[in-house]
Design a protein around this ligand. Structure first.
Ligand code: TPP
Ligand code: MG
Length: 1051
């Protein structure tokens, strides 16, 4: 009976659900059959509402004369005996009133209760508190069976109410097609009253239907009434929970929040709309529907991922925005997948229609550099007046890749940043809306990771409204094989987000739900989910044939009247609009589309720049170009260095006790500063601190970053005597400094890196860094790296200066924890290996401008500091990938003097040999180029072998873009017959070799050989065996300083 469970939506009827099926009791199942079906439920419900069956009628009406007023006592015409048999609620009221004071009730009742208790009056100590005493049976034990039943029945009715609140959604009529179960299950919960006999589950029966029951405080179905007949209780519960809205919320562990939701959905008459509201809704539905129709007519064979079947998404979003705007929100940041995206751009964000239409023109020429992207991936940013509230609002839809849900954390990061920079600490001004497909919402893990950020102090956006376009299909895949959870939305339960399922063919129900969701967000600042249960009228895209895989579903879809038709018929029937008005509104919008279509033909050039979701107008010129093509030196005043150094070695708060081990660390930092030296942690401190001084916000996020995985950073000090008392010295540097945010993240890479990328989009005046615990863990965030960081600017002309700190180094720690996989980043770097660039002007800056990202492996703290500062002093933003050290953090050689950071100094893309080779380069027999930690191993070995005059060791600090100019200078400086060697500690098929080799060959015009020294090729990045590790190291060190190792070898 699966198909019978969810009836099709009668949009033409009232917005609350009405069951239309009537049947006789003879068709209902026996109470013993727990798996009653929905058709039976609907039949029963119809009976309840209509009161149409003779056996069902007739019990009501008599109770009215028993309405009790305990304060006055009862009507003299009602005897206790009559009352007990006809109104349990009445007796209960009387009894409680009598317990408080026996004078409260009429003397006949007083006598009745005394008789029952066998006592003259309730003594003070005997008077029990109401429910607990009843539950403990202290009172009941004195009662005759009839009275005990009264109480039992009340408890039963309360339980029944709760059952509907918890499980009513399982039988709600959610599928517009009437053929599917939104919860993937035709099972009807046994505690919902789907047959008359099921009242027996609660110890009730048919004769109880017209008895009145006092309602608990946990329901609002009574409206202004405190009692209702059981018949009415069930009818109202069914209307609230089993209609076109299924409310899932009883898992929320906050009582106030549950009460709030109950009130919103149970209060009688809540879902009624004024005619003006209905007309607005119709107009929005017209736009949504006619937009898709227009595209289908003009470009019938173009992919657009139409919204047909869920056109209500547009009015839904607009309602959320209207309500939020009324509550004070003036910036909404949205993320969404392909489905209906063009419609959202046109009718929600209000991108000019001609700009959308011209994207369909295959002859449109690209004005911008880069690859560009397909039209249904582009973002948009628009400031406008919200017509409903007359307030300014900025709407931005983030550009995104095909990779479903990948944009979720990015949207959240951007929303967080906007809130942060505006001081919107409670999310009252800036909010995010995320749209999802049903299959992707359930299937993609990043959804879960993003939900888990939603309540974390440094990551919360104070509530996101999630809207799921649940067309009950994912490409060709049925939900039954696409998820294990009942609903696609169950993932949201982890954060106690209420979930509102709604039949998308009932636009008024949708609008109501959206209003509640927006109010929820504005009230509780927590996430909320709207599940638009809908269908997909056509194939996955406009070229697909859905009948191959879903024949029956699509037969039904063909018969399905479009929602606009159903809703316009309804409003015409109600007299809210006339047919003529409706047709005029349709014609008006069609005309707008036609005119835009005509003007779109004038567009010859596609400007992706016009689709930017995060413009930085002051940062670039009006044309979107960098204001200069140079970068100032990144050095600092001695005083600034000293000041930051002192703060980094101190505890700026009074009466703050730090751990003795940390005191030692701070003391040694102080010693370094005294000696004008920096280790890695100090180099980082100076970079951050000096940028803060210049008003640049610095945000460092990642797992355990506050202390630092390697216990070297200690940016957050913890008072050893007072729990949770912390001190962030970096925020005590200068009174007018920018804020420093350092935050340990949840244990997620994909979600958190995406979030930080989004954060970095909001402003160019921020240094946003994400640190992997170990560099190799970045690969669980590969999608963010591939789809956004590496290619984001090429696709969407959007700059982003995010910094990735990836601990890297072969230190015998095993296959994991060793390599941050430099080869992966380098393989995606776009500088041409075979072409020696011919830049005029500032070679370094021009190269950085033209690359897709910067990859560095700094060997000194000073250079690390310069790299971070350069990131901000550049006139554009590029992602920066830094392979950071582990053992070098404490290596006595890996220190810098203040001199390397003093005014006038800058980042060194390459560090030449500074020993004897530099004095007599002609004597050099081998030039070893390397990067990172292996430099220290090489110099140590060279010294031991006494080859400091013969072997020059040159450090490539910036690997990509490749410093062709500096490498050439080094090659030319030294003896032309010297061997050129690339040495790395990584395996040959990993690390840097494949990237640097062709570039070295380009430098030497393929006239010299470039030798490889390092580990042999391997499948795993490192051995798990310490002695193998050391043997490998020893072997390639021997080769490095065996000057005849390559003799006679041609390649
Ligand atoms: C990460 C990822 N995997 C697979 C795909 C291919 N793909 C594109 S749309 C789609 C189905 C999505 O279904 P759903 O989320 O329900 O959205 P709908 O298309 O139904 O609106 C799939 C599998 C993708 N784009 N991204
Ligand atoms: Mg879908």
């Amino acid at each position: 009976m699966k198909n019978a469970k969810k009836g099709a939506c009668p949009t033409g009827t009232e917005s609350r659900v009405t069951f239309t099926v009537t049947c006789s009791v003879g068709r209902l199942r026996s109470p013993a059959a727990p798996e009653a079906t929905m058709s039976q439920f609907r039949a029963f419900a119809g009976v309840l509402r209509s009161g149409g069956c003779p056996w069902w009628r007739g019990c009501g009406g008599t109770l009215s004369k028993y309405r009790p007023d305990p304060r006055r006592g009862c009507s003299s015409e009602t005897t206790p005996a009559q009352a007990v048999t006809s109104s349990s609620n009445y007796v209960e009221e009387m009894y409680f009133a009598w317990l408080e004071d026996h004078k409260n009730v009429h003397e006949s009742w007083d006598a009745f209760f005394r008789n029952m208790r066998g006592t003259s009056s309730p003594s003070a100590e005997e008077v029990p508190t109401r429910p607990s005493a009843l539950l403990q049976g202290r009172v009941l034990s004195h009662f005759p069976d009839a009275t005990r039943k009264v109480v039992d029945d009340h408890l039963a009715v309360h339980t029944l109410i709760r059952a509907y609140q918890i499980r009513g959604h399982h039988v709600a009529q959610l599928d517009p097609l009437g053929i599917l179960d939104a919860d993937l299950d035709s099972f009807v919960p046994s505690d919902l009253i789907t047959t008359i006999e099921k009242l027996g589950f609660y110890g009730l029966n048919e004769s109880d239907l017209d008895r009145s029951f006092r309602l608990p405080h946990t329901t609002f179905i009574g409206g202004g009434e405190t009692t209702l007949t059981l018949r009415e209780v069930i009818r109202r519960l069914e209307a609230s929970y089993c209609g076109h809205v299924g409310v899932e919320f009883m898992f929320i562990n906050n009582v106030n929040q549950c009460q709030w939701i109950r009130q919103k959905f149970e209060t009688p008459g809540v879902m009624q709309f004024a005619n003006a509201e209905k007309r607005t809704l119709l107009a929005r539905l017209i736009r949504s529907t006619r937009f898709e129709d227009f595209l289908a007519r003009k470009w019938s064979s173009e992919k657009r991922f139409g919204l047909e079947g869920c056109e209500v998404l547009i009015p839904a979003l607009k309602t959320i925005i209207d309500i939020s705007s009324a509550a004070g929100v003036d910036s909404v940041i949205m993320g969404m997948p392909h489905r209906g995206r063009l419609n959202v751009l046109a009718n929600v964000i209000r991108k000019d229609l001609d700009q959308i239409f011209c994207q369909f023109d295959p002859k449109l020429e690209a004005a911008d550099e880069g690859s560009g992207d397909v039209k249904y991936h582009l973002g948009m940013y628009h400031e406008r007046i919200n017509r409903e509230t007359d307030k300014n609002i900025t709407l931005s839809l983030m550009a995104n890749p095909s990779h479903l849900e990948a944009v979720d954390p990015v949207v959240q990061g951007k929303a967080k940043a906007e809130q942060f920079y505006r001081g919107d600490t409670l999310g009252k001004k800036v909010m995010s809306i995320l749209m999802h497909g049903d299959a992707a919402f359930a299937g993609q893990g990043v959804v879960y990771e993003t939900f888990h950020l939603s309540e974390l102090p440094s990551y919360t956006t104070h509530g996101t409204v999630h809207v799921v376009v649940n067309n009950q299909i994912g490409f060709t895949t049925d939900p039954r094989v696409a998820r294990s959870s009942p609903y696609p939305t169950d993932v949201a339960r982890v954060v106690n987000a209420p979930i509102f399922h709604v039949n998308a063919d009932n636009p008024e129900a949708v609008i109501y739900v959206c209003g509640v969701a927006a109010e929820w967000r504005n009230t509780f600042n927590k996430d909320v989910v709207i599940d638009l249960v809908s269908y997909r009228r056509f194939g996955h895209n406009e070229m697909d044939e859905p009948m191959f895989t879903q024949p029956l579903m699509y037969k039904q879809i063909r018969r399905q009247e479009p929602v606009l038709k159903k809703y316009s018929d309804k409003l015409i029937a109600e007299g809210v609009v006339t047919l003529q008005e409706f047709e005029e509104e349709v014609a008006k919008y069609d005309k707008i589309c036609e005119e835009a279509y005509t003007s779109s033909k004038d567009e010859k050039i596609s400007n992706i720049r016009h689709w930017l979701d995060s413009p930085w107008p002051d940062f670039f010129t009006a044309e979107g170009e960098p204001k200069t093509m140079s970068c100032p030196p990144t050095g600092l005043d001695e005083e600034v260095l000293q000041h930051i150094g002192r703060t980094a070695s101190s505890v700026p708060l009074e009466d703050f006790t730090i751990h003795p081990g940390l005191s030692r660390i701070l003391r040694s930092r102080a010693d370094l500063v005294k000696n004008r030296q920096l280790d890695w942690a100090l180099g980082e401190y100076v970079a951050f601190g000096s940028l803060l001084k210049d008003g640049i916000h610095v945000r460092l996020s990642g797992q355990d970053v506050e202390r630092g995985t390697f216990s070297h950073r200690h940016h957050v000090l913890h008072d050893q005597k007072m729990d949770k008392r912390i001190c962030v010295p970096m925020n005590h540097l200068w009174t007018d400094q920018a804020p420093y945010t350092v935050c340990n993240s949840s244990l997620s890479e994909y979600g958190v890196l995406g979030f930080e990328l989004g954060f970095a989009m909001a402003s160019p005046d921020a240094l946003v860094l994400w640190e992997a615990q170990f560099g190799d863990f970045h690969n669980t965030a590969q999608c963010i790296i591939d789809q956004f960081i590496s290619s984001g600017q090429a696709k969407w002309v959007r700059n982003n200066g995010i910094v990735l700190l990836l601990p890297h180094g072969m230190e015998g720690m095993g296959p994991e924890h060793s390599s941050a996989r430099p080869e992966r980043f380098l393989q995606m770097s776009k500088d041409d290996p075979d072409h020696f660039p011919d830049f005029s002007g500032d070679f370094e800056v021009q190269q950085l401008h033209d690359c897709n990202w910067i990859v560095v492996n700094c060997s000194t703290p000073a250079n690390y500091c310069h790299a971070l500062r350069r990131q901000i002093l550049l006139p554009f933003r590029k992602p920066l990938i830094i392979f950071t050290p582990k053992s070098l953090l404490r290596h006595p050689e890996a220190r810098s003097s203040f001199d390397d950071l003093i005014n006038g100094t800058r980042f060194k893309r390459l560090i030449p040999d500074q020993g004897p080779c530099s004095q007599s380069p002609d004597q050099v027999r081998r030039l070893i180029f390397c990067t990172g930690k292996v430099y220290y191993e090489l110099t140590k070995e060279r010294k031991q072998q006494n080859l400091e005059k013969e072997v020059a060791i040159i450090r490539l600090e910036q690997i990509s873009p490749f410093p062709f100019d500096l490498v050439r200078a080094e090659v030319e400086k030294h003896n032309s017959s010297a061997e050129l060697v690339w040495c790395q500690e990584e395996h040959k098929n990993m690390g840097y070799y494949d990237y640097v080799r062709p570039r070295f060959l380009t430098v030497v015009a393929n006239k010299r050989l470039v030798r490889y020294i390092g580990r042999d090729p391997a499948a795993a990045p490192a051995t798990g065996n310490k002695s193998t590790h050391l043997n490998e190291l020893r072997k390639f060190m021997e080769t490095a300083f065996n000057l005849s190792a390559f003799q006679g070898r041609k390649a």
